[in-house]
Design a protein around this ligand. Structure first.
Ligand SMILES: *Cc1c(COP(=O)(O)O)cnc(C)c1O
Length: 443
């Protein structure tokens, strides 16, 4: 397993993260456990901020909170001076509860409800990324009713397809997101928005996909957006102050993944902006980006305890852990690949090839196929790396499995930032009609 950030094997042969021995973390918090390397999260935030400062362009880096949205994470992101993207009232509520400054919150989504728009207007968030005409009309009407002006970006699809898994591509024309540049719908949206009394059109937004390893997709998106911006200036005399290029910067999950350094993505984007907006544009726009995965992905490690195993001679050996698709649905959803090691036996040589299964009643509940490990015993600790993004945030209670705890580790300290769910949490929303009620048979 590749050791990210502060991860290392200590003198006892145990995996250590943020100066905390994972065997001790299991003793304190139990498993499964999400362990987040706080120093690495902060480092990634700073890499983005520093790269943009070096570009000389005005900018905002907005952390896409959907990757991992809990109050402590919002605090870290605020502490590092980033902005924050939310896509639902739940994420907005979390950010506001964490005291995140509303003027640095941006609201995304292809189907924001009237209630969500109201809540965000009342909270006076910094910007709405408007996705479609119905939303634009709804937002205009609500803002008028409240007699306020709201900042908006228009989400456009520039017709760029990122080289990535089909399910996580959104920049192409055939997408549920945004106004298409190619078919004139984006032009019409600019016309409507710039004529709306209560909407202040700041600019455009484009997000071309996720887990992207090259810069050409971003450069192409900038060129399309710039070309469109020039057309809009020519035909409508409307200029944009902000261009948001979304997220999607790739990370290293396994050996085959070859991400660029954060600074290289940022330089490619800012250079492209300088190049394509240079001619005929009154002022270089402010650049916003929205990294999610690349801020938290490699900072997360999930710690499991090994339970049963099943050896099918000549076929394969299944080793089951005390979690699975409930805490990490990505292998089942996207065939995502992960690396892992025995956290309590970091110095032992690999001796067998096993496949890691979860504990859910579902054959698809597999975390890793064909993993080289030392001879695994019941009670060993398995650490799966790179689980910081889209794991806790996508976790479910399938099979009524309780969601794990999350700890931040740094400088030898661990702090619980999400407690493990209790049995009470599991039934907290259940109601039983009086006519079939009975006393609990277990307390
Ligand atoms: C998901 C998403 C992001 C973040 O993507 P990552 O791959 O996690 O960086 C940013 N912007 C938008 C609009 C998104 O939908």
């Amino acid at each position: 397993m590749y050791l990210h950030g502060t991860s290392k094997i200590n003198s006892s042969g145990h995996l250590e993260i943020g100066g905390c021995d994972t065997v001790d973390l299991k003793q304190t918090y139990g498993t499964p456990l999400y362990i987040m390397d706080e120093a690495l999260i902060r480092q990634r935030c700073r890499e983005y901020m520093d790269a943009f400062r070096a570009s000389g362009l005005p900018f905002q880096v907005a952390y896409a909170s959907k990757a991992f949205c809990v109050k402590a994470m919002c605090r870290l992101v605020d502490d590092e001076g980033l902005s924050l993207d939310v896509v639902s009232e739940g994420e907005l509520y979390t950010a506001l509860q964490a005291g995140f400054p509303a003027d640095r919150i941006h609201f995304h989504g292809n189907n924001k409800t009237p209630e969500e728009l109201e809540m965000a207007i009342s909270a006076q968030i910094g910007c709405f990324v408007v996705d479609n005409f119905i939303e634009m009309q709804m937002l205009q009407a609500l803002a008028e009713e409240k007699n306020v002006s709201v900042n908006i970006l228009l989400r456009v699809t520039p017709g760029v397809e990122a080289h990535t898994h089909e399910y996580i591509s959104t920049g192409q024309t055939d997408s549920k997101f945004g106004f298409d540049i190619g078919n004139g719908s984006a032009f019409e949206a600019v016309k409507q928005a710039s004529g709306s009394r209560n909407l202040k059109l700041l600019g455009l937004h484009s997000h071309i996909g996720s887990q992207i390893f090259e810069v050409d997709g971003f450069q192409l998106a900038v060129s399309r957006v710039a070309e469109f911006s020039l057309e809009v200036k020519r035909e409508l005399n409307v200029t944009f102050k902000v261009i948001n290029l979304g997220g999607g910067f790739g990370i290293r999950y396994t050996e085959g993944d070859t991400p660029l350094a954060v600074a290289e993505y940022v330089k490619a984007i800012t250079d492209a902006v300088k190049k394509f907006f240079a001619e005929d544009y009154p002022q270089l726009p402010e650049i916003w980006v929205e990294p999610g995965r690349s801020i938290v992905g490699d900072a997360g490690t999930t710690l499991y305890t090994v339970g049963t195993s099943k050896d099918i001679p000549g076929v394969r050996k299944y080793v089951a852990v005390d979690g699975g698709m409930t805490d990490n649905p990505r292998p089942a959803l996207y065939e995502s690949k992960y690396e892992a090691m025995l956290a309590n036996r970091g110095l032992d040589r690999a001796e067998e090839t096993v496949s890691i299964a979860g504990k859910c009643c579902e054959s698809g509940d597999m975390l890793i196929w064909d993993l080289e490990l030392p001879k695994v015993n019941s009670g060993d600790l398995l650490a799966v790396s790179c689980t910081g993004a889209y794991n806790y945030s996508m976790a479910s209670n399938y099979n009524r499995i309780r969601r794990p705890a999350v700890v931040f580790v740094q400088n030898g300290h661990s702090d619980l930032v999400v407690r493990r769910e209790s049995f009470e949490d599991i039934t907290a929303c259940d109601l039983v009609p009086e006519r079939i009620a009975k006393q609990p048979s277990f307390k």
